[in-house]
Ligand binder design. Sequence first.
Ligand SMILES: [Zn+2]
Length: 267
Amino acid sequence: MSSKWTVERALREVRTGVFFVEGPASNWVILTEPGTRRFTLIDSGYPGDRGRLLASIAYLDRDLDDCAALLVTHGHSDHIGSAAYLASLGVPVYAHQLELANVRREITEQITVKDMGWRVLAPRILAWALHAVRAGGLGDVGTPAVCAFTAPLLRSLPGALEALHTGGHTTGHAAYFQRSSGVLASGDAVISGHAMSPFHGPQYLPAPFHADAPAVPAAAAALPWPAVSCLLPGHGPSQELPDGLAVDGIRAGDYWPFGRAWSIRGS
Ligand SMILES: [Zn+2]
């Protein structure tokens, strides 16, 4: 999968100044600012995606000195893979107040291979797990420098975003919304595809991947859907939503070998 990745194919300007980058297994977003070189980054892929992340920034004729902030949707290794690296270069890293402990790895709200048991041997799951390991998913991604964002801060950054707390996937998961364009970076609150999933289109991850699975559809239902015209998920391709999105139609991640009932807390 990763051997075929090229920045030309992976990066797409979905709205003026909003660039969606589909990584081999997880995505990031670059929001530029008219008339300046500054940009805001949402998420950063796996540790193994660093070269791709840097390539996507260079492709837009920018470098890390221009990065005004990294906004983290949640503290999973496929989203904060370069967060500590960026922080070490002086890039401010922000997340929701309730997600700081997970980003700092003071706690770990993330499924492990051990949690998955025999299910990891299901072919699609095994392929994904091997990719995750190769991409550095087991490495130390803790980012002690992360700070809590505030609404005025987010408005002042390139992209002028709002954060929407979407707890469930993790306690402090946040989606980021650019109201002027209708673009929603949904992280893992709603995704559009995944290496593990037989489905294409808006869907949830399977229950075991959420800290609080029943809270996930409730968080998705509370998002400002009538104002969302473009979904930029943490996994899967971007989705134009010319007719909006029926939240009832978001597919459950209840495909084999996962079911609705099994979760980290409730297994
Ligand atoms: Zn993810």
